[in-house]
Design a protein around this ligand. Structure first.
Ligand SMILES: Nc1ncnc2c1ncn2[C@@H]1O[C@H](COP(=O)(O)OP(=O)(O)O)[C@@H](O)[C@H]1O
Ligand SMILES: [Mg+2]
Length: 377
């Protein structure tokens, strides 16, 4: 029987071996917990810094059972565990956040249905099961639009922007698995996100709203705090808290949002785990998103999600990102983070760099560019 709050030296099971698991495990270690990682990879970023590892497919019942038996509580940095796998894990140990939360966030149709049902605005969307339904959805939502797989998409994989009717056939053939979801294109002024932690007794700690800039559909920069109106900031935080409560999350929830040209805040997608746009909190906050994640799943009290500094976070991606690593190490004032991945494949998140500014001192765009100048454009 697991008792909460977890006592020191308890073992937290984390499903997924990537950088989010690595940084979660580092935060757990500081709080006196051990982590045991379940991953398919033999040399994973998370297992390199953890107490134990089970290397297995996420669907093998024997491995899932052995993994669950060896830990006190189970959480995730990777959400795409099968429903049966989740049920098996939850039958053995507490799973936080609960499988029902993961089932919603795994599937864009479930997610949007849930959000709209909770009174949260999204881009207009339609579920698309067949080529005929795609034509119908395009007639209804217009072009441009974004066609996405409902499951397994990340870093822009599993989606296509449709600009003209000629784009429909190719996108329909390429995107897999079906069904798909069509979203109206949001001509956004800014992309923002909020990371909120929710404890077992329902208390909430919400980090400042941040602004995200993508390059090739992959997060490139996060600016903390977002330079947005007070109204948009309040709307974003309120949405983050409302979604966390509606989902009954115990753990962390990241909410990606658009601010459209009319100043409306629309939710793009949610993730019930630490998020790339929250990495700045390691260096700019007394307690990072990873610490809040661990505290929430361990049943500890949540400190307020305050920041002592403003920050810019830049991802180091693929071979180009690794080429910047010596400069990231050498430049005074840059705080370097590397994830321990062996191969710098194109598009792969290898590490990140944070630059802090005095609270209230986040510069404008030219100043941000200047602060990261050694890392190129
Ligand atoms: N409906 C949309 N309108 C405009 N841009 C979009 C839309 N959906 C996605 N994008 C762009 O593509 C990026 C990745 O899409 P997202 O749905 O967040 O998928 P992923 O799971 O790959 O992060 C977004 O951050 C945004 O820049
Ligand atoms: Mg996204």
């Amino acid at each position: 029987m697991t008792r909460f709050p977890l006592p020191p030296n308890a073992t937290i099971g984390l499903v997924g071996g990537g950088q989010l698991g690595r940084m979660s495990a580092l935060a757990a270690a500081r709080l006196g917990y051990r982590c045991h990682i379940l991953t398919r990879e033999t040399d994973s970023p998370a297992a390199q810094v953890s107490h134990g590892v089970t290397i297995s497919d996420y669907s093998d019942p024997v491995s899932l059972r052995a993994f669950a038996d060896g830990v006190d509580v189970i959480s995730f940095e990777f959400e795409n565990v099968s429903a049966e796998g989740l049920d098996l894990l939850a039958s053995i140990r507490p799973v936080r956040p609960s499988p029902s939360v993961l089932r919603i966030s795994q599937d864009r149709v479930e997610e949007k249905t849930f959000l709209n049902g909770a009174g949260v605005a999204t881009a207009p969307w339609a579920r698309v099961e067949s080529r005929g339904e795609l034509d119908e959805a395009v007639r209804r939502l217009g072009l441009p639009a974004v066609l996405k797989t409902t499951r397994l998409g990340y870093d822009g994989k599993g989606q296509a922007t449709l600009r003209a009717v000629e784009d429909l056939d190719g996108a329909w053939d390429r995107l897999d698995p079906k069904p798909l979801v069509l979203e109206g294109f949001v001509d956004f002024a800014q992309e923002i996100s909020v990371v909120v932690a929710r404890g077992e007794d329902g208390d909430l700690s919400c980090f400042d709203t941040v602004e995200n800039r993508h390059r090739d559909h992959i997060l490139d920069l996060t600016l903390a705090p977002a330079r947005i109106s007070q109204a948009a900031d309040q709307a974003a935080r309120a949405i983050g808290c409302r979604v966390a409560e509606a989902l009954d999350v115990v753990g962390l929830l990241a909410v990606e949002m658009f601010i459209d040209s009319g100043g409306n805040v629309l939710v793009n997608e949610i993730a019930p785990r630490p998020h790339n746009s929250g990495h700045w909190t390691i260096d700019a906050c007394p307690a990072s998103q990873f610490e809040l994640h661990i505290r929430a799943i361990a049943g500890l009290a949540l400190p307020p999600a305050t920041r002592h500094s403003d920050a810019v976070m830049k991802n180091l991606i693929g071979p180009e990102g690794m080429a910047l690593w010596p400069a990231a190490l050498a430049e005074p004032g840059l705080i370097p983070h590397l994830y321990g991945k062996a191969a710098a494949l194109p598009g792969r998140k290898m590490g990140h760099v944070t630059r802090l500014f005095p609270r209230g001192g986040l510069p404008g765009d030219f100043g941000v560019d200047a602060a990261l100048a050694v890392l190129g454009g």
